[in-house]
Design a protein around this ligand. Structure first.
Ligand SMILES: O=C(O)[C@H]1O[C@H](OP(=O)(O)OP(=O)(O)OC[C@H]2O[C@@H](n3ccc(=O)[nH]c3=O)[C@H](O)[C@@H]2O)[C@H](O)[C@@H](O)[C@H]1O
Length: 431
């Protein structure tokens, strides 16, 4: 007698033939059996598909839950608390790149004067993320909550702007660095162009629309030879992809101002330096190498001319950022519709007194009480420009910007911070 299994799953055609010789009743039974087989199979497949789909969604939501750094009641509470304004006439500011150099300083300054601040930072590893984490801890101790997220995350931005009706966005998140653009060009497009557009899209749809102040760069002047650099000078000859993405940002923000009525202020920062600075910048890496007895490479321009920068101290830049926020007129649109003309402004934030790179090294040597091992080479074609020099008359008259720190004084403060942060005592590492 064939087993039930044999009945349902005939294994060979021969066997099937023998079975066919049996009675009609038997055939009917077989037919019924094969229909129910198909039915059972269909049921089985449906159940399998359903359980696969629900398992997938369980895995998805589980991993979202595990990896999510945002969302939920507790998270919303932290965002709202951090955004709370503690002075009359104060503002609530979303600071992107808050764990970065300029971002952390601006966030602290805003908080100190009673404004509400929420940070956003993706803590990427362009340079040592532990420095970003340390800045973040400092912000946390001052009651500033920094969301771990990316400006390319449209859902996150919509959510944040929904939870808090920010009056301003200080957009400092970016891929910085002039020479790194030759190594990783896509990172500049990703952060400085795609990320900027994602942020502007979120801001244009927000209700109310915040006013936006964002970081452009002195590098937009590129091959401009007229000095000092004025905002009305040519900026159509960038020398690096970094500069080109910042220049593109100026054009992109203009369209959002024009179409959607977003209030825009672009700040052209001139080689910002100071405590808690960026380790990829010359003054920072020179300090590290001098202390470790390693050589430093100093680039030299055409005809053996020294390169020069309008180095600008962080505290002056912070004042320029706050002045820009304070004077930024309102965005006029709502729900993605323009209701009238809104301000579109661009300012140089420099120091107005360029210093050559060899002089920068000499100042560091004095503060560190160590001689640098200088290796002077001709400037490679890497996107660098020979000099920068800001004309700041517009920023002075319109936002009250007035830099007061010379390079000597600023580097002294930087060196003091560096030695303490990295555990040096009288120029020697503390064990
Ligand atoms: O104003 C800006 O918009 C930009 O400023 C900053 O760019 P830069 O002015 O290029 O600063 P930085 O790297 O400190 O090099 C300073 C000088 O040292 C020279 N330099 C550099 C490295 C080196 O090893 N040797 C050297 O001679 C070098 O040739 C240069 O002459 C920001 O990094 C950038 O993100 C952007 O914000």
């Amino acid at each position: 007698m064939p087993s039930l299994e044999d009945e349902l799953f005939p294994s060979t055609p021969g066997k099937f033939k023998i079975e066919r010789a049996h009675t009609m009743n038997r055939q009917f039974h077989r037919c019924f059996a094969s229909t129910s087989t198909m039915f059972l199979w269909a049921l089985f497949l449906i159940a399998l598909t359903a359980s696969y789909l629900s398992f997938q969604s369980f895995v998805d939501s589980g991993s979202r839950y595990l990896s999510a750094s945002w969302g939920g009641i507790q998270w919303e509470k932290q965002v709202r608390n951090s955004a709370q304004i503690h002075r009359s006439g104060g503002m609530s500011v979303l600071v992107t790149g808050a764990a970065g150099f300029v971002g952390s300083h601006v966030s602290l300054a805003l908080k100190r004067r009673g404004d509400g601040v929420v940070g956003l930072d993706n803590f990427n590893n362009y340079y040592d993320p532990s420095l970003k984490k340390a800045r973040n801890s400092l912000l946390n101790t001052h009651g500033i909550f920094v969301i771990d997220g990316d400006v390319n995350d449209a859902r996150l931005l919509d959510k944040v702007l929904d939870v808090v009706a920010f009056t301003h966005v200080m957009h400092l998140a970016a891929q910085a660095g002039v020479r790194y653009a030759m190594e990783n060009p896509q990172s500049y497009v990703h952060s400085n162009i795609a990320g900027l557009v994602t942020l502007l899209e979120a801001c244009k749809s927000a209700n109310p629309q915040p006013a936006i102040v964002w970081a452009s760069s002195s590098s937009v002047y590129g091959l401009n030879e007229k000095v000092p650099f004025s905002e009305s000078d040519r900026t159509d000859r960038p020398a690096s992809l970094y500069a080109a993405t910042k220049k593109a940002g100026e054009e992109i923000t203009h369209t959002y101002n024009h179409i959607y009525g977003l209030s825009i202020t672009g700040l052209r920062f001139f080689t910002v330096y100071g405590p808690w600075g960026r380790p990829d910048m010359a003054y920072f890496s020179f300090t590290r190498n001098i202390l470790q007895g390693k050589p430093i490479t100093i680039y030299r321009g055409k005809n053996r001319v020294d390169l020069a920068r309008d180095f600008t101290y962080i505290d002056d830049i912070v004042k320029g950022c706050l002045g820009s926020l304070d004077t930024a007129g309102k965005s006029t649109g709502s729900g993605g519709k323009k209701r009238g003309a809104a301000p579109y402004r661009i300012y140089n934030l420099g120091n107005t007194s360029p210093v050559t790179v060899p002089t920068l090294v000499s100042i560091l040597e004095r503060h560190l009480k160590r001689k640098a091992k200088r290796n002077v080479v001709d400037m490679p074609g890497n996107g660098d420009v020979p000099y920068t020099h800001a004309n700041i008359s517009s920023a002075r008259s319109e936002i009250g910007y007035k830099p007061t720190t010379d390079l000597q004084t600023g580097l002294k403060k930087f060196v003091r911070w560096y030695l303490s942060y990295y555990g040096y005592n009288h120029g020697k590492p503390v064990n």
